[in-house]
Ligand binder design. Structure first.
Ligand SMILES: CC(C)(COP(=O)(O)OP(=O)(O)OC[C@H]1O[C@@H](n2cnc3c(N)ncnc32)[C@H](O)[C@@H]1OP(=O)(O)O)[C@@H](O)C(=O)NCCC(=O)NCCS
Length: 201
């Protein structure tokens, strides 16, 4: 997660690692994680100031990346006058592949995403999610990806449907907590018996 030049290019976006040393990235994370929409779907996080954001990016996010190969990425709008340049692109959202940690983990990654309100419904989240999924399949052969989310979050379901995922119903999600029941979707072509990925049958 430390290579500042790493990027995945999609038609309108650059997907990159989170860079704790950049104030702009830390400020963006604070803005993103404190919108009412984000808090409604993910709950409050400790990331309410730039310094906390920096510490979390250096610590938890970086450690998760090292441990599991994947974690959270930023996606940024390309600058039309310098489209491949990361530092002049505008961060607008995050996309992630998370699997939990020992002893609670899934054997397939869970795709997550969130975007600033002013950029919703323009297809950016779908483009970022597709870009990351295509990259991990092409570069690392990762094909199996889950979509786990709060059933009340209809927008998430629409994004997964639009990405071609299949709804397999509600399950207990122990990775997220003992009482968490979530909607479970799988990428098209995956086994719909999700017990093979460590979820309840
Ligand atoms: C959920 C969220 C990420 C969607 O982002 P977005 O950028 O608006 O999604 P996109 O523009 O890429 O839309 C992808 C598809 O979902 C549909 N969609 C997106 N939001 C929708 C909504 N609120 N209601 C109905 N459909 C919606 C789009 O119409 C599009 O469908 P199409 O491809 O068939 O045209 C965004 O609303 C958000 O960040 N919400 C707050 C945080 C959150 O809920 N994160 C998800 C946790 S799992």
């Amino acid at each position: 997660m430390s290579d500042p030049t790493f990027k995945i290019e999609t038609p309108r976006l650059l997907i990159s690692y989170l860079q704790p040393d950049l104030d702009s990235y830390c400020n963006f994370l604070v803005a993103l994680y404190n919108t009412p929409e984000f808090i409604a779907s993910n709950g409050k996080t400790p990331i309410t100031t730039r310094n906390v954001a920096r510490r979390q990016l250096e610590g938890r996010f970086r450690a998760e990346h090292a441990r599991n190969s994947y974690s959270t990425y930023f996606f940024s709008l390309r600058n039309p006058s310098n489209p491949s340049n990361l530092s002049s692109a505008t961060p607008i959202g995050t996309v992630s592949l998370i699997c939990g940690d020992e002893p609670k983990f899934y054997t397939a990654f869970d795709l997550g995403f969130t975007i600033l309100l002013e950029y919703i419904k323009k297809g950016y989240t779908k483009e970022a999610a597709r870009g990351l999924m295509e990259y991990v399949e092409r570069e690392q052969g990762v094909k199996d990806i889950l979509g786990l989310y709060d059933p009340a979050n209809k927008a998430s379901g629409t994004v997964f449907r639009s990405l071609g995922f299949v709804d397999v119903g509600l399950r207990q999600l122990l990775v997220f907590g003992p009482d968490v029941i979530g909607q479970v979707w799988v990428k098209k072509g995956m086994n719909e018996d999700v017990s093979v990925y460590g979820l309840p049958k």
